[in-house]
Design a protein around this ligand. Sequence first.
Ligand code: HEC
Length: 176
Amino acid sequence: MHSLLNRFLVLSLVAFVGLTITSCNIEGLFTKIGDDPVFVDPDAPVATAGTAEAGGVGKTVYGRICAACHLGSGKGVPGNNIPPLAGSPLVVSDPSIPIRIVLHGFKGPIERNGVTINGQMAAWKDQLSDQDVADVLTYVRSAFGNSASAITPDEVSTVRGETSSRLAPFTESELK
Ligand code: HEC
């Protein structure tokens, strides 16, 4: 008799806890992955280059590679020697300049917004295709408040050919 009563009490408790959990807003209990500023939804619809949303493809490359350092906001971490891409004069200059930076890397010291940054970015030429570089730079040049023309895979291919013997990262003075 007692064990039957106990079983009833346990079952009621389980039902009560279950109902309480399912009836409250579960989402509010967890931090959603979409809240992460760097998160890029891999299932998001992808636009093809040449459309008004060409930044869509580049944004995916950016989220996969660049955002780890330059952040989803493009603000970088100047105190940690990572420059902002938002407002970067090199990003919005002649296309060959940001292309050379991404293909072969970049080395400080540089000064951005009064902060001296002295780091080094590795070359991406072996990881990224001409299309990837064009897409990511097209995105970077039109995001974070930047405004500059799109970059084509042909332009990247030309610069890749012209700089194929390059082994060291570029410095700012070499690009000016
Ligand atoms: C592992 C960290 C890291 C990653 C990942 C990274 N960068 Fe960088 N990037 C740096 C650092 C560090 C510098 C600056 C070095 C210096 O000048 O002191 C830099 C500099 C730059 C600059 C020059 C900005 C300026 O104003 O001088 C551009 C453009 C740039 N990166 C673009 C990119 C793009 C596009 C990607 C993704 C394909 C990328 N970076 C991925 C670390 C990174």
